[in-house]
Design a protein around this ligand. Structure first.
Ligand code: 1GP
Length: 244
């Protein structure tokens, strides 16, 4: 069943590209989080994602979500590093599977462990294929991914289409947080030309030019995380470039 947040995303996508601001509970203080969210919202970001590869959970995660909810009415979407990264204070959760992991834990078992907690938290699950492209960084290592090769776009395309055919309603191409290079434009272009569900791209996006190139190549939603940890002027420039 399609919920409120997914409906919001789909309806906004009819008019423009979207930008999501990703906050890592392990790297941001509550005070800084509310400043960043406020500035990102002013610049036009469309949603706040919360998560990291370390499966942050419990009171720290709840406190961050509550702080953000008190700052903005933008949707707050969990981007979980594992099955405990669930907070009832969020609006939604990307219910994701690393389809190119070698370890079934990251494809179906952590999802089985997280399913009831999501139900009990009464937050909206948004099924998503999460595909880790070289270099993959921390999530590639932790998620035991068979990294998708940068120079063989058809392999990523095949996984993305498989995700769609398995019923996932979004595809996320991830180069890894802090990557030196983003997902290649060619991969974004080819994937977009084959799938029908929204395409999210993140990892290593640090300049407005690169964000715009990725959006022009076919990314529907651009995610930036590391930029929130530095001077926010670059984050603001990226958001403006995506939003046109
Ligand atoms: C990580 O794709 C996101 O999961 C964001 O990456 O931190 O490099 O912006 P950055």
């Amino acid at each position: 069943m399609i919920g409120k947040v997914e409906t919001y995303i789909l309806s906004k996508l009819k008019g423009s590209k979207l930008h999501f601001t990703l906050l890592d509970p392990d790297s941001i203080s509550l005070d800084r989080a509310s400043v960043v969210v406020h500035q990102a919202q002013e610049a036009g970001t469309d949603g706040i994602m919360i998560g990291g590869s370390t499966n942050a959970s419990g009171p720290g995660l709840d406190a961050l979500v509550k702080t953000i909810k008190a700052t903005t009415d933008l949707p707050v979407i969990l981007f979980p590093g594992g099955p405990s990264a669930v907070s009832p204070y969020a609006d939604a959760i990307f219910f994701m599977s690393i389809l190119n992991s070698r370890n079934p834990y990251f494809i179906t078992k952590s999802q089985a462990l997280g399913a009831l907690p999501v139900k009990m938290a009464k937050i909206e699950p948004i099924p998503m294929a999460y595909l880790v492209v070289e270099p993959g960084m921390t999530v590639g290592f932790i998620g035991e991914a068979d990294l998708l090769p940068r120079n063989k776009p058809d392999i990523t395309v095949a996984y993305a289409l498989a995700g769609q055919y398995l019923g996932m309603r979004m595809v996320y191409l991830e180069a890894g947080s802090g990557a030196d290079e983003t997902v290649p434009l060619e991969i974004v272009k080819k994937t977009k030309s084959i799938i029908d569900v929204p395409l999210i791209v993140g990892g290593g996006i640090r300049s407005p030019e690169k964000a715009k190139e990725l959006a022009d190549a076919g990314a529907d939603i651009i995610v930036t995380g590391t930029l929130t940890e530095k001077d926010t002027s670059q984050l603001i420039a990226v958001i403006r470039a995506v939003k046109g």
